[in-house]
Design a protein around this ligand. Structure first.
Ligand code: ACO
Length: 326
C-alpha cells in the first residue's frame, strides 16, 4: 500500500536574511557562504510562532487538496523548535485549524522528521483507522541558533510546509535509522531553571542554543545520505537509477552534490532550493516536495525518493510512487 498526496502547501516568513546581512555581525563573507554551502538567503520568522507557520502551511495544503479541517483524522507535526514544551505544536495547529475530529502529535526526529512522519502516516493509513492525515513540518531554527558562531549561524532558516495524505495503491518503502553515538557533535539543550531543593541547585550555565561540530556532521551526512537512499530503493525493489527525482534534506549543496555523485544520479534529478531558504530542518524536504508539485516537476507514477539526516543522529529515506488527487 502506498500514499496519495492530495495537496501540499507552505508558509515562508517575509523577512529575507541575505548573506550580506550576516557580514554585518559576523566575520564571514557572501563568497565563503556561497562556496561552502550554496546558500544565498534564508527566511526568518520575526514574530510568527512556529505552530502558526504550520497552521498557515496546512491551510494552503488543505485548499490544494479540497479537504476541510473536519475531514482530518490525524495531524502529525515535525519540529525541533516548538514554541512550548507542551502542548505539542500538532495540537496547537489542530486548534488553529478547528480540526475537531482529529488526534494530533509531534514527531521528533530532527531534520529527518518529515521522512519519519511519512512512514508513520502510511502505517496509520494502512490500518484503516485513519483515512486522512495532515503532515506539517514547521521550524524556526533562528530560535535555536547561536548568532555568534559563524560556522552554524549562516546555515539556518525558518519556514513550514504541509501535505494532506490518504492511502494509495502505488509503491512505498522506507528505511529509517539512528546513530546516537554521534550526539555530542550536534545538540541543542533546553534551559534548566535553578531548583529550591537540595540546598538550591543552580541553573545550568550552558546556552540553550545549537552546538554543532560542522565537519563531523558533514562526514556523517555524506556517508548516510546515499546509504539511506540505497536501502529504501532495495526495500522497494527498484534500482537507484530508476528514480525520477530525489528530494534530499537541504543542509549544504556540497553534501547534496557528493551524495548525488555517490549514487551516480545526475543533479537534474535532484531537487535543490537551498540557495533561497538555507537549512530549515524538517521543513526542508517538505518545502521541496511542495515546490516540485507546484512547478509540475513530478507527474503521477514518478518514483521519488525523500532522504534526510539530522540530529539524533537520525537518517532515513522513503521511496514512493507519486500519486495525486484522483
Ligand atoms: N565564514 C567564514 N569562515 C568560516 C565560517 C563562515 N561562516 N565558518 C567557518 N569558517 C572558517 C573556519 O573557522 C575554518 O577556518 P580555519 O581553517 O582558519 O580554522 C574554515 O572556515 C574551514 O572551516 P570548516 O568547518 O572546515 O568548513 P567546512 O568547509 O567544513 O564548512 C560547514 C563548514 C558549512 C558548517 C560544513 O561543515 C557543513 O555544512 N557541515 C554540515 C552542517 C549540517 O548539515 N548541519 C545540520 C544541522 S541539522 C540541525 O541542526 C537541526
Amino acid at each position: 500500500m502506498g500514499i496519495t498526496i492530495l495537496g501540499t502547501g507552505r508558509y515562508l516568513p517575509d523577512y529575507v536574511a541575505s548573506n550580506q546581512e550576516y557580514e554585518t555581525f559576523l566575520d564571514t563573507s557572501d563568497e565563503w557562504i556561497v562556496t561552502r554551502t550554496g546558500m544565498r538567503e534564508r527566511r526568518i520568522a520575526l514574530d510568527t510562532p512556529v505552530w502558526k507557520m504550520g497552521e498557515l502551511a496546512a491551510r494552503q495544503a488543505l485548499e490544494a487538496a479540497g479537504v476541510t479541517p473536519d475531514e482530518i483524522d490525524l495531524i502529525l507535526c515535525t519540529t525541533v523548535t516548538a514554541d512550548y514544551r507542551y502542548p505539542s505544536a500538532a495540537c496547537l495547529i489542530q486548534g488553529g485549524l478547528g480540526a475537531g475530529r482529529a488526534f494530533a502529535m509531534d514527531v521528533a526526529a530532527a531534520c529527518t522528521g518529515s521522512v519519519y512522519a511519512l512512514d508513520l502516516a502510511r502505517r496509520y493509513l494502512e490500518t484503516g483507522d485513519v483515512d486522512t492525515v495532515l503532515l506539517v513540518s514547521t521550524e524556526a531554527l533562528s530560535q535555536a541558533t547561536d548568532y555568534t558562531d559563524r560556522g552554524a549561524a549562516i546555515l539556518f532558516g525558518d519556514g513550514a510546509a504541509a501535505a494532506v495524505l490518504q492511502k494509495g495503491e502505488g509503491l512505498f518503502a522506507s528505511a529509517l535509522f539512528s546513530e546516537p553515538d554521534l550526539n555530542r557533535h550536534l545538540y541543542c539543550p533546553l534551559p534548566r531553571q535553578a531548583l529550591p531543593f537540595g540546598g538550591g541547585i543552580p541553573a545550568r550555565e550552558e546556552k540553550a542554543l545549537t552546538f554543532m561540530n560542522g565537519r563531523e556532521v558533514y562526514k556523517f551526512a555524506v556517508r548516510v545520505m546515499p546509504a539511506a537512499a540505497r536501502a529504501a530503493c532495495e526495500k522497494a525493489g527498484i534500482a537507484v537509477e530508476e528514480l525520477d527525482l530525489i528530494i534530499p534534506h537541504q543542509a549544504n549543496l556540497r553534501i547534496i552534490e557528493t551524495a548525488a555523485k555517490a549514487l551516480q544520479i545526475p543533479m537534474e534529478k535532484i531537487c535543490v532550493n537551498i540557495q533561497k531558504y538555507g537549512n530549515t530542518s524538517s521543513a526542508s524536504i517538505m518545502l521541496c516536495l511542495d515546490e516540485v508539485i507546484r512547478e509540475g516537476r513530478i507527474a503521477p507514477k514518478d518514483q521519488i525518493c525523500l532522504v534526510g539526516f539530522g540530529a539524533g543522529f537520525t537518517y532515513g529515506a522513503v521511496v514512493l510512487e507519486y500519486q495525486n488527487k484522483p
